[in-house]
Design a protein around this ligand. Structure first.
Ligand SMILES: *Cc1c(COP(=O)(O)O)cnc(C)c1O
Length: 368
């Protein structure tokens, strides 16, 4: 047995697009324009068109997108921002980085996304914004979150880092709140070849504020109007992303094929819960995440590993249990349960149905 199935395999995409990727980098090197050149501008236009938003602004990473998005929405010291605890650390970290306080809300157990009633309970006098995370590529319950936000005068920043191309009730995520943060970390659905991110918005003032913040708080060279960041999207990364962008819709379809193949083998199995797709949602399966009996999880991982099959726990420690947040953390029973039970299996567009079936078969054998 030499075959290995990693969590993600980027080589097939890179190989298939190699001549175009090589030319894209070559052309940037020859052009001598490395910062905010024609590729960043074109990628911003093309990404906005794909997402159906009026504006898209390239930044250095998904974390930059969250930080600059919060700043552009006016969030700062003294403010509270409601976030899920069950997410990658950067969601809460960005809130802390702008001097505000993350307030953790619980999740809906079948989609792993923010549960609107828990959000409502977390709203207080200092609450300024909500960050719904489209976790694992599943859209958060945006209608309820938006109506909560509107009735309480709060801003909504989507953390769309895992959901490029996902849709909620017929509309792509990214234009559902006041702004959205995307990440092009290499392993994301649309991945760069290094760090990269994007803020999407329909609000001209937000787009303008982000453009200013990403370039040291200046709109005009050497005229700095506020303390900003060096958080620009690289021209080389933009050129590479432009090669991949036309393929992402098709790749998302392939991810759904892989998920359906897992579902076919694993749904209805005692002790296993396959990921639910809420009505009206188009999931892009950045991750395919099961719930399994906590007492068996380590053994399942071991059995897969013995067969050369990777698996991962996203996320083993919820943010509210981390040392910088634990002291003031609320009780989040659904988040704690998810952290104990989740198990993510390999998923990428090129994963074959046969490999999926084999992975499922080994998982089932280890469950018995
Ligand atoms: C990846 C990720 C981020 C951060 O993106 P980077 O590009 O790595 O900075 C933020 N939030 C979520 C949910 C993510 O998965």
């Amino acid at each position: 047995m030499t075959r290995k199935i990693p969590m993600v395999d980027l080589s097939a995409q890179t190989d298939a697009l190699w001549p175009e990727l090589e030319k894209a980098v070559h052309d940037v090197l020859r052009s001598g324009r490395f910062i905010l050149g024609p590729n960043v501008e074109a990628f911003e236009r093309e990404a906005a068109e794909f997402l159906g938003t009026r504006y898209a602004v390239g930044v250095g990473s998904g974390t930059d997108a969250l930080v600059l998005g919060l700043r552009a929405l006016g969030v700062g010291p003294g403010d509270e921002v409601i976030v899920p605890s069950f997410t990658f650390f950067a969601t809460a970290e960005a809130v802390s980085l702008v001097g505000a306080t993350p307030v953790f809300a619980d999740i809906e157990p079948t989609t792993f996304c923010l549960e609107p009633e828990s959000v409502a309970k977390a709203i207080g006098l200092r609450t300024r914004a909500i960050i719904p995370v489209h976790l694992f590529g599943h859209p958060a319950e945006m209608d309820e979150i938006q109506s909560l936000a509107q009735s309480r005068g709060l801003a909504v920043l989507e953390d769309a880092a895992q959901g490029f191309g996902a849709a909620y009730r017929g509309r792509k995520i990214g234009g559902l709140g006041n702004a959205a943060a995307f990440s092009f970390f290499p392993s994301k659905n649309l991945g760069a070849f290094g760090e990269a991110g994007l803020i999407a918005t329909n609000d001209a003032a937000v787009a303008d504020a982000v453009k200013c913040l990403r370039a040291h708080g200046s709109r005009e060279r050497y005229v700095h109007t506020e303390i900003g960041y060096n958080a620009r999207l690289d021209e080389i990364q933009a050129a590479l992303l432009r090669v991949k962008l036309p393929h992402v819709a098709k790749w998302n379809v392939e991810r759904r094929r892989v998920a359906a193949a897992y579902d076919a083998s694993l749904s209805g199995v005692e002790g296993v819960t396959v990921p639910r797709v809420a009505p009206g949602c188009t999931h892009v399966f950045h991750q395919y995440t099961l719930r399994v009996p906590p007492a068996k999880r380590a053994a399942l991982q071991k059995a897969l590993e013995a067969a050369g099959i990777a698996s991962q726990i996203y996320y083993p420690i919820p943010n509210h249990a981390l040392p910088m947040y634990a002291k003031t953390a609320p009780q989040l029973p659904e988040t704690d349960a998810a952290a104990r039970e989740v198990l993510s299996l390999p998923i990428y567009p090129e994963l074959s149905d046969a490999d999926v079936a084999d992975t499922a078969k080994r998982l089932l054998a280890a469950l018995r």
